[in-house]
Design a binder for this molecule. Sequence first.
Ligand SMILES: [Mg+2]
Length: 130
Amino acid sequence: MADQLILIIEDNERNLKLVRDVLQFSGFRTAEARTAEDGLALASASPPDLVLLDLQLPGIDGMEAFRQLRGSPPTAAIPVVAVTALAMKDDRERVLRAGFDGYLEKPISVRALPDQVRAFLTAAELPDDR
Ligand SMILES: [Mg+2]
């Protein structure tokens, strides 16, 4: 379990490093991409156990990247968690309605993140109705 691979798709260098360091310290393997395009390629080449997907990205945004992940057989079943700094209070609803497996709000909590990721992974292992 501790060697599960988490793909972080995030264009903000500070956030990317923070999430990567926290997850690696907690025993996860990580892969990283700074654009959706790179993230989609990585996810297809070596499917991770979970994707943390920033919604605000240059080029293809997170929502579109999510649609492409779900629409492609090699990546369709990978759990995807939206990471967003959007402040609108219906964002969470919008993201979950789109079919994301979860939602993390920035700023990321260094203390909470490892348990949050474990919870998303555990939930993804349960039989679901997707
Ligand atoms: Mg961003």
